[in-house]
Design a protein around this ligand. Sequence first.
Ligand SMILES: [Zn+2]
Length: 308
Amino acid sequence: MEGQIQRVAGFLGVEAPLACVHYGPSAVEGNCGTWNACTRASGVFATSGSIFHELVHAVRQSQGGGGAVGTWLFEEGLAELLSGYRWHPFSARLEPSESERGPALLADFPRGEDKFVPGDYAIAGHFASWLRANYGDASLVAFFNDPRYLGGEAYGEAFLSHFGLSIEDADSAWRASGLKEYSWSETCDPAYMLTWEGSALEFTDRVDCNAASTFGPRDYGFVTLRSYCFTVAQAGTLRVEFIAGGGRVDLFPVDCVDTGELPPESYDYKSLGYGDILELAFAACTWEVAVDGVAGLTRDFTLRLTQR
Ligand SMILES: [Zn+2]
């Protein structure tokens, strides 16, 4: 949770606030009415499915001195796209021309009034993704931090100065952009990048609930060490060894584009049980290393990759 607050604050260029988080279904039920999560002056109320989204609101509220900022369309759009974090990417897939409600209509709804319906979240997330993809992070952040937008009084003016077009024109351009899927995440933590020593890469660590890079327990009581990644510079076969007393390792391709030049298995995720030694085809991509263990147990392991 701290990681997400720091990441969002870093993205916006503001100081990371202290957020009071009430986590779990009972906290949400007692404080959010019919919503499945909420962020109020008294804190963030959320469950595992909504926490990364709500923490974005918490950072934004700190920018408004504890009160709501901006408008539904942009705040929910930002919360959606920045909710994609680590192993839970946010994906928005939409054919904007088929959408009855659009940004021009939704931009007028002030926060705190119940005019935003559940289906609008997908539009907000997709439109914010379109803005980010077309105008870049710097323009997006400048708009979100513009006092004319934050206060909500002249958001149209702020929009025009940072994106160079009116919300009505942006609505039309977004609708003309066609069916698109946007996916946002930051699976790999730069601090956990694994490096090659010549033709070999060796990674020894421990899955441990007390370590910052270990997540869980999740389904069936597993804990997972994640966000470690390595890059394969040239496609080819690697010998992969997973040396451990138990558990499993998965290697997932990250932002890897299948160009069709290599056999499909080069792009597939790889899974090895403990003690496995396999020869596997890898595309030239970044790969995430996810090691599973059992909650409550620490698990030492070594992953060794050797170029063939
Ligand atoms: Zn929200």
